[in-house]
Design a protein. Structure first.
Length: 257
């Protein structure tokens, strides 16, 4: 069994990348094809580029500040072999990895109010993992078979909302999102997040990708291999902040403009 692990990274995150690579090599009970994609404009673009190079039986789209827990692969593979895609537990990690220092997080940090698909059924939660406090309706750190990927891909070229896209495409293709017991440790590296678009804050990009670009891809108004035309512009940043002001009460994480 061969697992293709795709890890996007940018300059300045070498320490995180090294830890992620070591974690996957030492904690994956299978042959690992490590595909590191360097300095692409967005994580979604990097995931897609890596997926196009993948030659494994299974595809795992992860990040350079993630370390898998022990035995992470078993439940993910079983989930896929049952015809589903796994929703894993993502937990904050201390500088050293210790279970007793974990703080559980939902499967994705985006606000619950924006994490639901229109018309999407509730995630199936088997009884033995229902107590894990994982309420996500889409899978962070996507995992699927290469055969499933033929129906799920391609990935959208955004930085954020990519896992939501994966889950929605999987559901549309007939692969339910099912919670599993696999745990991943998130070291939350913020190096390089705010400076990939001049003048944009991290919140600007998150809001734009999640609430402006994503609906355009989901509706079919924007081709999946094209960036949103306002993605790198001042007008796009204004669109993002206007959306945020209309949906989130003050104070705001950006100056008035």
């Amino acid at each position: 069994m061969k697992i293709s692990v795709v890890i996007p990274t940018v300059d300045g995150r070498e320490e995180y990348l090294a830890r992620a690579e070591e974690g996957y090599r030492t904690r994956t009970d299978a042959e690992v094809e490590m595909i590191v994609v360097q300095n692409m404009w967005s994580g979604g673009m990097a995931w897609q580029a890596g997926a196009e190079r993948a030659t494994g039986d299974f595809l795992h789209l992860t990040n350079d500040d993630i370390v898998p827990g022990e035995d992470w692969l078993r439940d993910c593979v079983e989930c896929v072999e049952d015809g589903n895609v796994p929703v894993v537990l993502v937990a904050n990690a201390s500088p050293e990895i210790h279970d007793e220092n974990l703080m559980p997080l939902p499967g994705n940090p985006i606000n619950d109010q924006t994490s639901h698909f229109e018309g999407h059924p509730k995630v199936q939660k088997p009884g033995h993992v229902a107590s894990q406090n994982n309420q996500s309706e889409y899978p962070s750190l996507p995992f699927c078979s290469m055969e499933q990927w033929k129906s799920i891909g391609p990935m959208i070229p955004t930085q954020y909302a990519t896992d939501k896209w994966f889950g929605w495409r999987a559901w549309k293709a007939g692969f339910p999102n099912v919670c599993v017991a696999s745990i991943f440790y998130h070291f939350a590296a913020f190096v390089g997040r705010d400076n990939m678009v001049d003048g944009w804050l991290g919140q600007d990009r998150l809001t734009f990708d999640q609430n402006i670009a994503y609906p355009a891809y989901q509706s079919g108004k924007l081709p999946l291999d094209e960036l949103h035309p306002e993605a790198r512009t001042l007008a796009g940043r204004t669109m993002s902040r206007n959306w945020y002001r209309a949906h989130v009460p003050p104070p705001y994480p950006f100056p008035d403009d």
